[in-house]
Design a protein around this ligand. Structure first.
Ligand SMILES: NC(=O)c1ccc[n+]([C@@H]2O[C@H](COP(=O)([O-])OP(=O)(O)OC[C@H]3O[C@@H](n4cnc5c(N)ncnc54)[C@H](OP(=O)(O)O)[C@@H]3O)[C@@H](O)[C@H]2O)c1
Length: 248
């Protein structure tokens, strides 16, 4: 098979950077997408150097909530078939005010960051997805399954319903669509300025394995779902949460 092409949103930091590294190690050519050029470029250079494949990873700067900027990713793909799309970009927005206007602004920002980024990137690349064999992966959150994050929980849960529809639409083309739902993952920018020692300890205590997750825990699950070996797994939600929420 010729070199597989993967697009990883939010690939400059945290879980996305770990996913990008895993896919480069697996021989893919990887485009990492995010808003901050410096962060993305530094991550691409680091991953390329560490993996010994500097030519295999490229940064594309785009705000994926903006349809005009999403087009930059399509241009970077340049007409090649896309084997893997990892929709990992996302994040938590704190509400600035509890007025209705503040609530509306918070929900819109949260839905844009966590849902629209995935929808626009996937729809932009849908015609280019490799048929058969494409892989679409959505990074959700344990908050979708157990609540606790208000708009964030709702936005991540929306990804699950959409994944089921998309899996049905793309299944006949042998393209799989799956959700990876991480629990508490330390060592990323996600909790920047929001985590306390008590909050950390509480989250660790809620796991069955007694530790926080690390980006590689999630990346290894994505690596499997992105692989050619995972062709019979679609429309699934894989919890990577140390047992904090049990599968059903
Ligand atoms: N850490 C956890 O405990 C945890 C738990 C459950 C789920 N998650 C989910 O896992 C995913 C990765 O999070 P993380 O923990 O690795 O945190 P992170 O380091 O903050 O990663 C989020 C990434 O998304 C990118 N991003 C955000 N908005 C974007 C936009 N509009 N357009 C393009 N890129 C955008 C960010 O880059 P720029 O700022 O440069 O755009 C950043 O690289 C997120 O979807 C998060 O909700 C995390």
């Amino acid at each position: 098979m010729s070199q597989r092409l993967a697009v990883v949103s939010g690939g400059g930091t945290g879980i996305g950077a770990a996913v990008a590294r895993a896919l480069v190690e697996d021989g893919c050519s990887v485009l990492v997408v995010g808003r901050r050029e410096e962060v993305l470029t530094a991550a691409a250079e680091r991953i390329g150097a560490e993996s010994g494949r500097p030519e295999a990873i490229r940064a594309v700067t785009a705000d994926l909530t903006d349809p005009d900027q999403v087009v930059k990713v399509v241009e970077a793909v340049g007409g090649r078939p896309v084997d893997v799309v990892v929709n990992n970009a996302g994040g938590y927005h704190s509400a600035d005010s509890d007025t209705l206007a503040g609530i509306a602004a918070n929900w819109r920002a949260t839905l844009d960051t966590n849902v629209l980024t995935a929808v626009l990137l996937t729809e932009a690349l849908r015609p280019a997805l490799r048929r058969p064999g494409g892989r679409v992966i959505l990074v959700s959150s344990i908050a979708a399954q157990r609540g606790g994050g208000d708009a964030y929980s709702a936005a991540k849960a929306a990804l699950h319903g959409w994944a089921y529809s998309l899996a049905a639409q793309l299944g006949p083309d042998q393209i799989t669509v799956n959700v990876v739902s991480p629990g508490y993952v330390a060592e990323t920018e996600f909790f920047a300025g929001r985590m306390t020692p008590e909050g950390h300890a509480q989250r660790v205590a809620a796991t069955l394995v007694g530790r926080a997750g690390v980006p590689d825990d999630v990346a290894e699950s994505v690596r499997y779902l992105a692989s050619p070996a995972a062709g019979y797994v679609t429309g699934q939600v894989l919890g990577v949460n140390g047992g904090s929420v049990l599968g059903r």
